[in-house]
Design a protein around this ligand. Structure first.
Ligand code: AMP
Length: 182
């Protein structure tokens, strides 16, 4: 099974990805985790990415696309995968499509976790990470609306989008996702 988890920051992508990995034995790729690890390792990728994470902005496509290619290539030798936090822009989605087409392994679904902004804001405030401030949380939500939300349309046009109401308990959301996948 090949999945993308789409949803704003705070929509529960990481939590649901972990449950999907457990249920279906998928490989989990979180670009946010990759960047956080690179920053804590003080690698050159981390140094390039840090200021964007600190400000709540997206890391530029040129950096993301340079880093993700080899990770995607490796995924095809696994039982399936779940991409969490990638793609986040139309350019990234196009690159992913290109790799998937080359491998003749299309996505099975793009799960779209829908949660209202007020709920997202409260959740993000409650789990504040690192230098998160109310201001960076606002920037992250605005960035999602402007740069990532267009992917809903992109994947709807390709008949891949499965919308799931995300403002419910972890278990309820998980069961809805599983229903969409079966
Ligand atoms: P996340 O944990 O997925 O919310 O990601 C945390 C931060 O990492 C984001 O706010 C971005 O700064 C950066 N990031 C993660 N994935 C991407 C991506 N696919 N494209 C650009 N920036 C990303």
């Amino acid at each position: 099974m090949r999945l993308v988890l789409l949803g704003a920051p705070g929509s529960g992508k990481g939590t649901q990805a972990a449950k999907l990995v457990q249920r279906f034995g998928l490989r989990h790729v979180s670009t946010g985790d990759i960047f956080r690890k690179a920053i804590s390792d003080r690698s050159s990728l981390g140094c390039e990415a840090k200021r964007y994470l600190d400000e709540g902005l997206l890391v530029p496509d040129s950096i993301v696309l340079g880093m993700i290619g080899s990770i995607l290539d490796e995924l095809f030798s696994t039982r399936g995968f779940i991409l969490d936090g990638f793609p986040r822009t139309v350019a990234q989605a196009e690159q992913l499509d290109h790799v998937l087409a080359n491998q003749k392994q299309p996505l099975d679904a793009v799960v779209d976790l829908k949660v209202a902004d007020e709920v997202l804001f409260k959740r993000l405030l409650a789990r504040k990470r690192g230098d998160d401030t109310e201001e960076t949380i606002r920037v992250r939500l605005k960035t999602f609306r402007e740069q990532t939300e267009p992917l809903r349309h992109y994947y709807a046009l390709r008949n891949r989008l499965k919308a799931v109401e995300g403002a419910r308990s972890v278990e309820e959301v998980f069961e809805s996702i599983v229903e969409h996948l079966s």
